[in-house]
Write a protein that binds this ligand. Structure first.
Ligand SMILES: Nc1ncnc2c1ncn2[C@@H]1O[C@H](COP(=O)(O)OP(=O)(O)OP(=O)(O)O)[C@@H](O)[C@H]1O
Length: 223
């Protein structure tokens, strides 16, 4: 698959409201690292929601991980979500589940055996330096630790594409560094394509990236 995201002329609105995204296009190749920036309220999260199928475009063509959104069936949508790892600013962990269970979630959905789920969850939790918190619940963790768990969960099933919405927005510098290193490592070592919405692109990221600026409902590529 050459292009992981092909979006052409997207128009996206909430219900009958005026469209937030009016004519957005982007083409993202496999293993690219991509940032979308833009002012608050410009529609960055709205674009992310459309890429994982929470919100469907009114107009335009969208293909993510080889799956076309035109008349997309629920089974295709489920398949798409198996290709994706999604990270939100507010973590969205399951409160009643332990750290270990949260990280295992995409593997359980993927039908992996219990042994594989546990082994992979432990590997990822070691990467995010939280193996010692494996039996804790989200409310027993700091915000930075919760986001590191969310990142481990997003990577657990080796997704084709990571969508991260302000992943370091609320974090201290240590947790931010763990998150950026993990995202870079996923691209470099696992061949994952990474799309991050952020207000601030880190100054010392140390990798090539593509940058789109969202303004007036349109994505502008920044060179
Ligand atoms: N569920 C919703 N229903 C109706 N309007 C919404 C909904 N979610 C967001 N919006 C509106 O869509 C616009 C874009 O919101 P969005 O969250 O995509 O912006 P953003 O660029 O991600 O902002 P921020 O940087 O502040 O997170 C805003 O005007 C917002 O009020």
């Amino acid at each position: 698959m050459e292009y992981v995201i092909k979006a052409n002329g997207l128009n996206i609105s909430y219900g009958r409201d005026e469209p937030i995204i009016t004519d957005a296009s982007m083409q993202i190749k496999a293993q690219e690292f991509v940032f979308i920036t833009g002012k608050s309220g410009s529609g960055k999260s709205t674009i992310i929601k459309s890429l994982y199928g929470e919100l469907f475009p009114n107009r335009g063509d969208l293909n993510v991980c080889g799956i076309d959104f035109k008349n997309i069936s629920s089974s295709k949508l489920n398949l798409l979500r198996r290709y994706l790892g999604v990270v939100f600013q507010d973590y969205k962990l399951i409160d009643e589940w332990t750290v270990e269970q949260n990280v295992m979630l995409p593997l359980i959905i993927g039908g992996f055996s219990k042994g594989v789920c546990i082994k992979q969850a432990h590997k990822l939790l070691k990467h995010v330096k939280l193996l010692h918190k494996i039996n804790k619940y989200p409310y027993e963790l700091s915000g930075g630790e919760q986001q590191r768990v969310a990142m481990a969960r997003a990577l657990a099933h080796n997704p084709v594409l990571i969508l991260a919405d302000e992943p370091t927005g609320n974090l201290d510098s240590y947790s931010s560094e763990v998150i950026w290193n993990l995202l870079k490592g996923a691209k470099e070592h696992l061949g994952t394509t990474v799309l991050v919405v952020t207000h601030n692109i880190p100054a010392s990221l140390g990798i090539d990236y593509k940058h789109y600026f969202l303004e007036g409902g349109v994505l502008h590529e920044v060179n």
